[in-house]
Design a protein around this ligand. Structure first.
Ligand code: CA
Length: 140
């Protein structure tokens, strides 16, 4: 993956935004769906296709919120979150899991590594909106 950026996330990037959200997601179609929903809600979208790219972008872009897939190539979303939480530069950024892993075991692990909200795919857009508003300041 050269650069996971889709065009959709860039459409209105110079308008006043409600917040900046990093999507860490290896599946292009899932990333696109989230990027579209976020753009419609006036959030600026930053994208990463795996955990290491996610850590890199969290450091370079300083997003307000991270939406983390858990099943990722290389280091998984749990390990990625552990590393984000170990770094003082990224430890404060809320991380929301967005995953197909429905087992209680993963929910508990996610909680242990500091994930603040656990969403399973596919997420209804109303739920998504409500969760975003909980963690991000309202746009003007
Ligand atoms: Ca995945």
């Amino acid at each position: 993956m050269v650069n996971g950026q889709t065009q959709i996330g860039k459409v209105s990037s110079d308008k006043t935004m409600a917040g900046r959200v990093l999507i860490v997601e290896d599946q292009v179609d899932h990333r696109m769906i989230l990027a579209v929903m976020l753009s419609h809600l006036h959030y600026q979208v930053i994208e990463a296709a795996d955990g290491l790219e996610g850590i890199h972008k969290a450091l370079s872009e300083a997003p307000d919120l991270i939406i983390m897939d858990l099943g990722l190539p290389g280091i998984d979303g749990l390990e990625t979150t552990v590393r984000l939480k170990q770094n003082p530069k990224t430890a404060h950024i809320p991380v929301i899991a967005h995953t197909i892993w429905k087992e209680e075991e993963y929910k508990q692990k996610a909680h242990q590594v500091g994930i603040v909200e656990y969403l399973t795919k596919p997420i209804p857009s109303e739920t998504f909106k409500r969760v975003l508003e909980k963690f991000l300041p309202q746009g003007s």
